[in-house]
Ligand binder design. Structure first.
Ligand code: ADP
Length: 319
């Protein structure tokens, strides 16, 4: 293996840059040339490749977003599109590819590895929705961003005696809502894995008010319902003014936390080592604080499960 490629794909996540830096520096340390592919699989199909030297990744470990940019590519989902990508890799003499992204990007990586390109996946997504790994790069930064928002919302909710619904990202995984809800002392956490029991939420708000609580924070994962409709229902059932804050893309940005930078650095380095040892079609992860790897196929089949104990704890502590 003389040259490897690296790309970021799908939704961006803080820490992707730290991961790119780790891939580039580990490869060069091992005498391997690195080319960066701009704009994910779309850039790969269109030959948007550039060699990356040591200093190309200077001053990015602390930056959110991705220096290589990201994109979604419908064309890459077709056999024809992937053949184009394969030809580009041949033209640029790229012997192996590291893909940093979420489950969609991993499906793409798996297809490339089937075509004979040694490919390794690094989980970069704020959603923490890949079951084979305890954490994905960007999740820790996202929950800290949400936590900061909760603290601010709590101040103003207390002043006015309001309830506040905080809608966060997570279509199929409630981890952002759950982790930030526990850390932020939320009264209720509504997530797709459990469902929405509005009466239970209302009961909590009323009980809280009756014992003198001045605010209620309700965490809502985007996959489980509309915040506006929920606020109206809560207002009509409790008589308590209920405001909505939708955090949106603020959750995707910002300087990565120490946890995400370290995770990204370890995973980037592991991905290069896997390519150098002749592996292909593997996903890097972290399990019980140890860096692991698994067949991408197998990894994609591991269901992303709710931490039930943590969910119960959130309920107990907001009694
Ligand atoms: P994420 O990686 O964040 O989950 P997406 O699901 O949008 O984001 O996937 C990113 C890109 O990966 C897609 O735009 C597409 O190019 C590629 N991709 C997704 N699913 C497949 C698939 N089944 N086969 C090949 N490529 C795929």
């Amino acid at each position: 293996m003389k040259t490897i490629g690296v790309l970021t794909s799908g939704g961006d996540a803080p820490g992707m840059n730290a991961s790119i830096r780790s891939v580039v520096r580990t490869a060069i340390y091992n005498g391997i040339k690195v080319v960066g592919v701009k704009k994910g699989y779309d850039g790969l199909i269109n030959g948007n490749l550039e060699e990356m030297g040591l200093s190309s990744v200077a001053d990015i470990i602390h930056r959110g977003g991705t220096k290589l940019r990201t994109a979604r590519s419908e064309e890459f989902k077709t056999e024809k599109g992937r053949k184009k990508a394969l030809n580009i890799l041949k033209v640029f003499d790229v012997d192996g590819l590291i893909v940093i992204g979420g489950d969609g990007s991993f499906r793409g990586a798996k297809e490339l590895s089937k075509l004979g390109v040694p490919t390794i996946g690094i989980p970069g997504t704020i959603d923490n929705d890949l079951g084979y790994t305890d954490y994905t790069i960007g999740f820790d930064t996202a929950i800290n961003t949400v936590l900061d928002a909760i603290s601010k919302i709590r101040d103003t909710s207390t002043s006015h005696g309001r309830a506040n619904i905080v809608e966060v990202m997570g279509r199929s995984s409630g981890d952002i809502a759950l982790y930030s809800g526990l850390a932020g002392g939320a009264e209720s956490v509504i997530i797709p894995e459990v469902g929405n029991d509005v009466d239970e939420v209302c009961q909590k708000i009323i009980k809280g008010r009756n014992r003198g609580k001045l605010h209620s924070i309700i965490m809502l994962a985007e996959g489980i319902g509309k915040a506006d409709e929920l606020s109206k229902e809560i207002e009509s059932k409790t008589g308590i003014e209920t405001r909505v804050t939708i955090l949106g893309h603020i959750q995707r940005g910002g300087s990565p936390t120490a946890f995400d930078r370290i995770l990204a650095s370890k995973m980037g380095s592991e991905a290069v080592k896997l390519l150098l040892s002749g592996e292909s079609g593997k996903a890097v992860g972290i399990k019980d604080n140890r860096i692991i790897n698994m067949d991408i196929d197998e990894a994609l089949n591991v269901e992303s499960k709710l931490d039930k104990d943590m969910y119960e704890l959130t309920k107990i502590l907001s009694i």
